[in-house]
Design a protein around this ligand. Structure first.
Ligand code: 5GP
Length: 183
């Protein structure tokens, strides 16, 4: 038996992390993949819990070793999914969720065509920009990169199996819960 691979994608600031936190609180049996990144930790982020924080050399060594299921550059940093925990969960028949950007989601779709791919949308771009700015964690240059990338990702929303608009949080969470439950 193998578990289900679930991919959650959507522009930076759309609230994927908050939705996932609430989903995992309701479903402790779900496993969230911990990504590797070269971006600096934000306040409160813990190495090995929120991300594996690598320097560039380490990340490139992981790429060369083939230990990442997928990886991409996003807003000036590398992000990637370590392959071993994903395979281990699936082999145990457990579902695993990857919270990753568009280029990575496309790579996963090729490797796992049966993955359930969900795209989270903001109500509109102004709301997204406000959320990114209010988070206060990114430099002005990084905010612009994230907004530009948001336009690219939103334009690709039709590639995904399902789309959820994160306008009312509880409604979006209920929809995500339903989709993941039926996977
Ligand atoms: P943040 O810096 O805001 O934590 O993440 C920036 C973007 O990178 C988000 O869209 C997030 O979904 C994406 N991301 C996080 N981990 C991974 C990963 O392992 N692979 C890919 N391709 N994207 C990731």
């Amino acid at each position: 038996m193998t578990g289900k691979l679930i991919v959650l994608t959507g522009p930076s600031g759309v609230g994927k992390g908050t939705l996932l936190k609430a989903l995992l609180a309701k479903h402790p049996e779900l496993y969230l993949s911990v990504s590797a990144t070269t971006r600096s930790p934000r306040v409160g982020e813990v190495d090995g819990v929120h991300y594996y924080f690598y320097d560039c050399d380490r990340f490139e060594a992981e790429i060369a070793a083939g230990s990442l299921l997928e990886w991409a550059e996003f807003a000036g940093n590398y992000y990637g999914t370590p392959i071993v925990p994903v395979q281990a969960q699936l082999d145990l028949g457990r579902s695993i969720i990857l919270e990753i950007e568009l280029a990575g989601a496309r790579q996963v779709a090729k490797i796992f065509p049966d993955a359930l791919r969900i795209f989270i949308l903001p109500p509109d771009l102004q709301t997204l920009e406000m959320r990114i700015r209010e988070r206060g964690t990114d430099s002005p240059a990084a905010i612009l990169q994230r907004l530009e990338q948001a336009r690219v990702e939103i334009a690709a929303q039709s590639e995904f199996d399902y789309r959820i608009v994160n306008d009312d949080f509880d409604t979006a969470l209920a929809e995500l819960d339903r989709l993941v439950g039926s996977a």
